[in-house]
Write a protein of this length. Sequence first.
Length: 228
Amino acid sequence: MALPVLADPYPWPLMGGIAADRCAVVVIDMQIDFCDPRGYIGQMGYDLALLRAPIEPIRRVLDAARAAGMKVVHTRQGYRPDMADMPPWRAERFRRAGVPVGERGPLGRILVRHEAGWQIIPELTPRPGEPVIDKTACGAFTGTDMETVLRGLGVECLAFCGNTIDVCVHGSLREANDRGFQSLLLADCCGAVDPGLHAWALESVKVEGGALGSVAGSDAFAQALSCA
């Protein structure tokens, strides 16, 4: 079974003959803390409609990917309960932003592992056997076994979706690119706190003929997999 997905500025995967089981969808930080008004982002006053908009497109992408035999990997952002992995300067930044990470909120301690807000939203609950990578940095490869997991799965190409497109999704995609993975950014499967940031993130991937990867929508992705 082979792809590609029609994408801009080049198809994904770019080189022909790569089977679907050598590819993975990476779902970045689709957590309650980012999608619920009582969570981290909601308490900062942002419009959560922009962060919840990707839920249905992601669900369609996951259905298509699983049916085609493609791998699925999830990430979660969160800190240790003792906060030993939180740099002091970062804690101060969160405090200045008005949402002190680690303190108790309506969904438990904010962005702390194993609290209610840290969990992945029910609509996108990982299936049994799908790896979940816990991270503290924006990028999913920093300080985690993300690359080891992907190499162990035999994955060469990654399709990224999740929250937020300009921070954690973008950071993870850049890290993947530097490690030799060929990346696709699924435009309508990513959320942002501002439409301008969403647009910037898409264009920055495509610059210089696709220096960081290529961009497609969920419909093109699902159609390619259904025809593969």
